[in-house]
Write a protein that binds this ligand. Structure first.
Ligand code: NAP
Length: 349
């Protein structure tokens, strides 16, 4: 799909871990053009290149580097506001932008479980976008992206859920440091260590998939009924969340059938060939020591979920390992894909 003109976008929280990823991924985007960057009053008024502590391995895009950072007030010259705001401020700021007529696509937790807000993974539930019509923001709206661990998990579960049904899921996460934002966890806390606690994370991983896998029905999203138990750990990896999953299925399935459903899985972004869509949302490895964060987090532009080690489980039916890039698929890249889906589905003109 070609657009006549690029859509002007802004990045809220542009100096943060997710904000920088937005800037990098949007720099040469075929549909979107970064016109505004905004952050806290500590950064506002400075050139972006002077305000940001750029920690990505790709160079800071020259033109965006020269933009002046604004405060997060809804007087920005853009149609879409991508939000990578700290959750302490995101809830109120995003509502202000939506009320002022902006399309807000957010990574923050604040509005994810609001009943009129889609919690979108475009390969799974693009039909949930319809619920935007029940929001009270006029021309504006809020759409959210799930938690960075939820995304990998729910993409791996979706083909199993559709083909075999799922009763129970147990997941243990090993989450990367960039997931804690910048500067994040102190080096003395995390070097030579694993921290078996991430505030609020387990509740998100246990609840968000129920909404994403839920059914949209006449103006309502009905959550699915599925039991999930999560334990979340911070490990000394820069990017890429690994998750060790056990599942109990409703129907019998052979390992080959499960692997085939993963390998064949495609969604609406693939059918519509959206610019940020991975060619294959799921990449299954036969090699028994894969996937690994350092080696596989960037597969398919960092937008694919890698899975490996499918085997029988002695407690539930099967166990396997998932890897997904937390700041790309799990944050900025996922949110950009949501906005592309909204354009393709006619929600952003
Ligand atoms: P971060 O590195 O701490 O960045 C936070 C951003 O918010 C910075 O740009 C900061 O600007 C801005 N900010 C803070 N207080 C503000 C205020 N009072 N007014 C305006 N702007 C303010 O955090 P992050 O890791 O990028 O995460 C951003 C959001 O995405 C969080 O809600 C997080 O939970 C969510 N998320 C993160 C990940 C991940 O992998 N990191 C994944 C999914 C979702 P200054 O630099 O000017 O202070």
């Amino acid at each position: 799909m070609l657009l006549e003109k690029k859509i002007p976008v802004g990045v809220l929280g542009a100096t943060g871990s997710v904000g920088q990823k937005f800037v990098a991924l949007l720099a040469n985007h075929p549909w979107f053009e970064v016109k505004e960057v905004a952050a806290s009053e500590r950064s506002a008024g400075k050139k972006y290149k002077d305000a940001v502590n750029w920690i990505l391995t790709t160079p800071l895009p020259h033109e965006i580097g020269n933009l002046i950072v604004k405060e997060c007030e809804p007087d920005l010259d853009c149609r879409i506001a991508f939000s990578g705001l700290d959750s302490g401020i995101a809830g109120e700021a995003e509502e202000k932008f939506a009320k002022a007529g902006y399309v807000v696509v957010s990574n923050s937790k604040n509005h994810r479980m609001d009943k009129d807000v889609p919690l979108l993974v475009p390969e799974i539930n693009h039909d949930h976008l319809e619920i935007i019509k029940t929001q009270k923001f006029g021309n504006g709206c809020i759409v959210t992206n799930p938690n960075c661990s939820t995304i990998g998990l729910v993409l791996a579960l979706k083909p199993l859920y559709d083909n075999f049904g799922i009763e129970t899921v147990n997941v243990v996460t090993l989450q990367a440091l960039s997931g804690a934002g910048y500067p994040g966890v102190s080096s003395l806390d995390v070097i030579d260590n694993v921290i078996p606690f991430i505030s609020g994370e387990e509740a998100k991983v246990e609840s968000e998939p129920l909404k994403i896998l839920g059914k949209y029905n006449s103006g309502k999203i009905e959550n699915t009924k599925l039991k999930i138990s999560a334990q979340c750990n911070r490990v000394s990896v820069i990017d890429g969340h690994l998750e060790c999953v056990q599942v109990k299925l409703k129907k019998n399935a052979a390992p080959e059938q499960i692997i085939e459903t993963w390998r064949n899985f495609k969604g609406e972004p693939q059918k519509k060939n959206l610019p940020t869509a991975p060619v294959n949302p799921i990449h299954y490895f036969d090699e028994e020591k894969y996937p690994q964060p350092k080696i596989h987090r960037d597969i398919d532009k960092g937008m694919a979920v890698s899975i490996g080690r499918l085997r029988k489980d002695t407690l539930l039916d099967y166990k396997f390992v998932i890897l997904s890039h937390n700041t790309v698929r799990g944050a900025a890249g996922g949110a950009i894909l949501c906005a592309e889906m909204m354009v393709a589905d006619g929600y952003i003109k």
